[in-house]
Design a protein around this ligand. Sequence first.
Ligand SMILES: Nc1ncnc2c1ncn2[C@@H]1O[C@H](COP(=O)(O)OP(=O)(O)OP(=O)(O)O)[C@@H](O)[C@H]1O
Ligand SMILES: [Mg+2]
Length: 498
Amino acid sequence: MSENILLEMEHIRKEFPGVQALKDVSLQLRAGEVHALLGENGAGKSTLIKVLGGIYTANGGTIRINGNPVSIESVLDAQKNGISVIHQELVLVPHMTVAENIFLGREPTAANGTVDFKKMNADVKEILDSFELAIIPDEEVSKLTIAQQQMVEIIKALSFNSNILVMDEPTSSLSEKDVGFLFETIRKLKKNNVGIIYISHRMSELKQITDRITVIRDGEYIGTRETATATNDELIAMMVGRQLTNYYTRTFSEPGDAVLEVRNLSDGKLLKDVSFELRRGEILGFAGLVGAGRSEVMKAVFGIDPFTRGDILVAGKPVKISNPEEAMTLGIALVPESRKIEALFPQQSVMYNITIKTIKEFIRGIFVNREKELAITREYVDSMAIKTPTYTQTVGNLSGGNQQKVIIGRWLATKPKILILDEPTKGVDVGAKAEIYAIMNELAKQGVAIIMISSELPEVINMSDRVIVMSGGRITACLPREELSQEQIMKYATQFVA
Ligand SMILES: Nc1ncnc2c1ncn2[C@@H]1O[C@H](COP(=O)(O)OP(=O)(O)OP(=O)(O)O)[C@@H](O)[C@H]1O
Ligand SMILES: [Mg+2]
């Protein structure tokens, strides 16, 4: 890393109606440096990089590139200044192909002036191959998995050959293998003197890949530390403004009777003979690599996806669940992994999004019981510490992590007996994680049976009564609490991996 300063953002301010998202934030990026931007959900990280990327115009402050003040008023301005951004929410055009997305607005033209699809697809194939990605250039983006879309997003950003690259939570839906590729790429880019701003809530990643860490809190600059010498406790204290004790809250007790039994579930595709039982008051962890089939099991149980064989019993009785409504009637709730796509109504209010599943309780004919609607909203905004200026705020305007908390709150409001959480803390800051753990513990104490799919092993190990490990669509182990360790889980998680 050189002392050569590529980018300086100084005293940046950005206001939205009712929200001062950035009050005074500064950030400096050197050539060949990976610089982390760390802060709680809603601290202003994405806003800062949207200012840099030309999506928002700041209300004040200076941006200097190579020492010269620049004005960035559009995405094109940003590109001209050598800035590429991988945004937190995917911005690919779903009905276009992979290659079209990557070359959008700068398609190569053939001699007759039309788009040279052949060249475009060939160029993209070359990049995809160099990443060993099994993605076809002329495949429609909507047909790809979320992880694949994320990789396309990354490749698109790389294809501009920018010298300033920003990654806003690039790994949140990547498999371990893809994260490996990404980190290799980052190391290569560093050698080429590219400066990278890296946003992630995963401390272990920051330790692994970044050189310096800048912390912001409530739109204000708190400080910058060398990654090598900063401790987690110090960074967390900077982030949340206090020491965080009791990270994992869990009081274990003897679980009750089986409330959910799944027997020999197969879907004719990935899932093979999946059998397990879930007991009252327990937290059952589901570990495995991305693609192991964990989400698929839960979608089958919840009536989203059909299955070809197998039985489901709720409270000892065989049931037939053909859609989510039937599952809900049986007291089951599922908080899906890709909340953005499967769950959020981005144009609607926080209140609408929280109460959408419970609305029946306070509608009588054409009358809505506003007080009840408000009470439910207040309960979950408070208990989940959702950061929003008002209950009527458009949910799409909340920060990524706060949107996730809204969806979790929505399902908690249904007061389920069986709660299935798919990666509940993905993209959620450390303070909010601790809050979610405390809520899970409280629900378990009250007798709710909880399934938690998670790729964060420390969380699975510390929160679960038992952990089921899946690999290649099969259950490879069911480990009691006493036998839980990262090594044990990884051993079974990779059992059917080529
Ligand atoms: N378009 C918008 N309109 C109104 N408010 C917004 C808008 N975009 C962001 N905000 C608000 O600005 C604040 C900062 O949000 P931002 O998305 O930058 O947070 P973040 O640090 O990226 O959080 P996360 O870790 O959850 O992604 C939040 O209070 C958010 O609700
Ligand atoms: Mg963000």
